[in-house]
Design a protein around this ligand. Structure first.
Ligand SMILES: [Zn+2]
Length: 413
């Protein structure tokens, strides 16, 4: 067996549950009870249907949620760190007439998205669940708050996508289903693919992170996997994230044949090490053999150790995808260059490349040095501010209200 070949999807087979409606289905669909999905759940429904979440075939039942919470595995023993559930208020279930054994139509933006065969309806102890997944029950943790906000009735069962979403510009250039992306990577001969998870406009530290991981993994290519999903005010707007990464390749800072930017529809849970494992599984399904993890991957505040995500992979030898663990990149004036925590001997002189410095450059009209942020990147950021951000590259209340959603569900035929 050649271990360098692209990995099989998690669990062995890529799940695809897509059967677009025909005009003949109209009557059957019209008679089904309906549940309207909010954005987060609609995105997860799409991800299940196209196999981003392989081997999941639907929203989880109690046995899987409990096993995931307690053991970080599905009830069949396969590694899985975060519950994927559909919560619906009890009153809504009663009004719609949803019961076990029924088929339900899941809608989004008022249009049919998927059918769900209801296998189970159940409740959970949400505080206990939050504590197990996030290692805290502090509602200031956004993942905990998300869990506590669930309507405490869950509907489980397999789903089938009945209407394919339209991915709106500029994300249509970057979004690929796992089947499509695997075929494209195969066509260009990428056998060893290292994933870079991002929610950022790339500064020089990110570039070096990618370069280091590319060399360490002896990779054929770097797959930038930009997380597009729920935003909070002050985050970078999604459009700036994908378009700035793309221009690193377009302008040759990364060779055309070794770098590719993609979009993943996912709402961050900030679950630290558990979310790192989740990111690894999704990128394995996309065809990656390696996943890079830096400092405080998918963490928030001080809830997790800086390198907690590095330690968790030692407990999961059966995960398949390999982790490439990196320390911090910073700017060192003594070295006169971007420097690596594991190499540079002047940690007291280091200048942090993270957040605040880059934001002050972007907001303050200062010309960046190539040691921090490329002028080409800044130019794209400014274009995105004008074109998509209502004048700023950071998420505002107006952006949240008026932006074009990344995903639209068209009306049925
Ligand atoms: Zn140094």
């Amino acid at each position: 067996m050649n271990v360098d070949n692209s990995l099989s999807p998690h669990g062995g087979a890529l799940i695809e549950r897509v059967r677009p409606l025909t005009a003949h289905d109209r009557e059957r669909i019209a008679a089904l009870p309906r549940i309207e999905l909010r954005e987060q759940i609609a995105r997860e429904c799409v991800n299940i249907a196209y196999g981003f979440f392989s081997p999941l075939t639907g929203f989880m039942g109690r046995a899987d949620v409990t096993a995931v919470a307690e053991t970080m595995r599905l009830s069949n023993g396969l590694v899985w760190p975060i519950p994927i559930v559909l919560d619906v208020p009890d009153a809504e279930l009663r009004t719609a007439g949803v019961s076990v054994g029924a088929t339900v139509l899941l809608t989004h933006q008022g249009n049919p998205l998927a059918t769900l065969d209801v296998a189970e309806i159940f409740s959970l102890d949400l505080t206990a669940l939050a504590g197990q997944i996030y290692a805290t029950t502090d509602p200031a943790h956004p993942g905990v708050q998300r869990t506590l906000d669930y309507a405490n009735r869950f509907v489980a069962g397999d789903i089938t996508l009945v209407c394919e979403p339209v991915i709106n510009p500029p994300f249509d250039r970057f979004w690929r289903t796992p089947r499509q992306l695997r075929a494209e990577l195969d066509a260009v001969g990428w056998r060893r693919v290292v994933a870079h998870q991002t929610r950022n406009v790339p500064h020089s530290g990110h570039e070096y992170l990618m370069k280091g991981a590319f060399m360490e993994a002896r990779a054929d290519g770097i797959l930038v996997s930009a997380v597009i999903g729920e935003k909070k005010e002050g985050d970078y707007i999604d459009e700036a994230i994908v378009l700035t990464h793309e221009q690193l390749r377009a302008r040759g800072f990364f060779r055309d044949d070794i770098h590719r930017t993609t979009a993943l529809l996912w709402d961050m849970r900030y679950a630290g090490p558990r979310e790192a494992v989740f990111h690894a599984i999704v990128r394995k399904n996309l065809g990656c053999t390696h996943h890079m993890f830096g400092r405080d991957h998918a963490g928030v505040g001080d809830y997790y150790d800086r390198y907690a995500a590095h330690e968790i992979f030692a407990q999961l030898p059966d995960l398949g995808i390999r982790s490439v663990l990196t320390l911090e990149w910073w700017y060192c004036p003594t070295c006169g260059s971007v420097a690596y925590e594991g190499i540079c001997g002047h940690p007291d002189a280091k200048q942090d490349l993270a957040g605040r410095l880059i934001r002050s450059i972007i907001s303050g009209g200062r010309e960046p040095s190539p040691q921090t942020l490329r002028a080409e990147t800044l130019a794209i950021v400014r274009q995105c501010a004008d074109e998509y951000g209502f004048g700023t590259p950071f998420v505002t209340e107006q952006y949240l209200r008026q932006r074009t959603p990344p995903l639209t569900i068209p009306p049925p035929p």
